[in-house]
Design a protein around this ligand. Structure first.
Ligand code: FAD
Length: 464
């Protein structure tokens, strides 16, 4: 039986980054994957959704261009070509991961892994079953869509993010159950393709975990794009009638009946635990419990990414993968979640890092908040992309930057500046003294910092 110093299970952004990191310490490393390299992120998550969102962005821009005097006769699009492009993007990146793992001398096994208590691992595939063993194991098996138990669901066909990217033809209507990040991104994709889109959300607002002002802006924009948004609503029953799904929804105003061609569930994610069914691991709710070194309750076994819950973001999975691999190779490292950027690729985009206003007030007592609107940005006006703002949250005494929320064009590309400041415990003073290029959207954070300082000075004057 072949023994490895480190075996990683799951080749998503948590797993393949962990494997590559362990290989950098000259360890013998293997990775086991029962589906495609790249995991959810590459095959049915981040990458296909952002590829399709890019199409939405272009369509939206072409619509807007009419107001600028740039006219197109009859804009048409081919759904088939769009989906083919998405597949090509995925394949290119999958090859990239394959090359990266090969270059790092990581052995790749295809099959479903089951870990035994003696750290032997069974790998089952259609072709064969084999066993390898490991000194250290990193579990990076990710998550899968979680579907609520709804009456009639067993008798109808529906989609999740695992299957929707395989649609062969553009439907006439889509109902999305769940108004969180994934639901909202899909609403942006489908509404730009001119089909009927409805979001059914149980909570009072879309994007419940986001800044209220940011969530309201997106809601307004989706409504403007004719997305039907039903909040404080619960799906009671689903049935199918002549290829249409019929959804009974309980709302504040009584029960609605909605018909749709495609039904998509975006109702959260549950951990993939098949690899650990033979282990008695401590859990944190339904997820695998770990400490800050990513160690599970069983010695020499680590877990990272969606399978441990928490942020459920690709870049967090990769960061945890680096920490787990380093510790597995004898280099002490701990995770630090202080500056985790969170991005929503809606139109307009939302990006935030650090504490929300509410969290900052709870932790620090008082905070001073300054918001710079893109209506006052020369670049945003020139681009005709004025919807949005940059909100700066900082400690009123020392000016330490505690949180930043951005809504607007390209803010997912701009949030890393705010992350750097929070990571390095930077202050508003330091941000205001940093020269930003003009005209850019990024100088908005500099404007916010300058306005914040004036506000701080004025509030000190008032309090004297
Ligand atoms: P995964 O990527 O899920 O990888 C786990 C892998 O393990 C899978 O390939 C699985 O097949 C394999 N596996 C499971 N069990 C076994 C077993 N027993 N044996 C062998 N292999 C096994 N995050 C972002 O940061 N930005 C985004 O824009 C973003 N967009 C998203 C859009 C959608 C529609 C979805 C669904 C998710 C999105 N996410 C995004 C979340 C992101 O995809 C996940 O956080 C990330 O993929 C988690 O990485 P992971 O390595 O933990 O798990």
């Amino acid at each position: 039986m072949k023994n490895y110093e480190v075996v990683v299970i799951g080749a998503g952004p948590g797993g393949y980054v962990a494997a590559e990191e362990a290989a950098k310490y000259s360890k013998s490393v293997a990775i086991i994957e029962n589906n495609h390299l790249g995991g959810t992120c590459l095959n049915s998550g981040c990458i296909p959704s952002k590829t399709l969102l890019r199409h939405s962005e272009v369509i939206e821009m072409m619509e807007k261009a009419k107001d600028w005097g740039i006219e197109f006769n009859n804009v048409t699009f081919s759904f088939e070509k769009m989906m083919n492009r998405k597949t090509k993007v995925i394949e290119q990146l999958r090859n990239g991961i394959l090359g990266l793992l090969k270059h790092a001398n990581v052995d790749i096994y295809h099959g479903t892994a089951t870990i035994h208590s003696n750290r032997q691992i069974t790998i089952d595939s259609e072709a064969k079953s084999e066993i390898i063993s490991a000194d250290k194991i990193i579990i990076a098996t990710g998550s899968k869509p979680s579907i609520p138990p709804i009456k009639g669901i067993g008798n109808i066909s529906f989609h999740t993010s695992d299957t929707i990217f395989e649609l062969e033809k553009l439907p006439t209507s889509v109902v999305i159950v769940g108004g969180g990040v994934i639901g909202v991104e899909f609403a942006c994709i489908f509404s730009s393709l001119n089909i009927e889109v409805t979001i059914i959300e149980m909570g009072e607002q879309l994007l419940a975990t986001e800044d209220l002002e940011a969530a309201s802006l997106i809601t307004k924009k989706l409504k403007k794009s004719k997305v039907n948004i039903i909040t404080s609503a619960r799906v009671q029953e689903i049935s199918e009638h002549q290829h249409q799904k019929v959804i009974q929804v309980e709302t504040m105003n009584g029960v609605l009946s909605i018909e749709t061609e495609v039904l998509l569930f975006a109702t959260g994610r549950a951990p993939n635990l098949s690899a650990v069914s033979k282990l008695n691991l401590m859990k944190n709710g339904s997820f695998i419990a770990v400490n800050r070194q990513m160690e599970t309750s069983v010695p020499n076994i680590y877990a990272v990414g969606d399978v441990i819950g928490g942020w459920q973001l690709a870049h967090v999975a990769s960061a945890e993968g680096v920490v787990a691999a380093s510790n597995a190779c004898g280099i002490f490292k701990e995770t630090d979640y202080k500056a985790v950027p969170r991005c929503i690729y809606s139109s307009p985009e939302i990006a935030s890092v650090g504490l929300s206003v509410k969290e900052a007030k709870e932790k620090r007592g008082a905070v001073l908040v300054e918001t710079f609107p893109f209506t006052a940005s020369g670049k945003a006006i020139a681009m005709d992309e004025r919807t949005g703002f940059i909100k700066l949250i900082a400690d009123p005494v020392y000016g330490e930057i505690l949180g930043v929320i951005m809504v607007g064009p390209h803010v997912t590309e701009m949030i890393s500046e705010a992350s750097s400041f929070i990571h390095l415990e930077g202050t508003v003073d330091e941000l205001a003294s940093l020269i930003h290029p003009h005209p850019t959207l990024s100088e908005g954070i500099w404007e916010a910092a300058r306005n914040w300082l004036s506000k701080q000075r004025n509030s000190q004057v008032i309090s004297i």
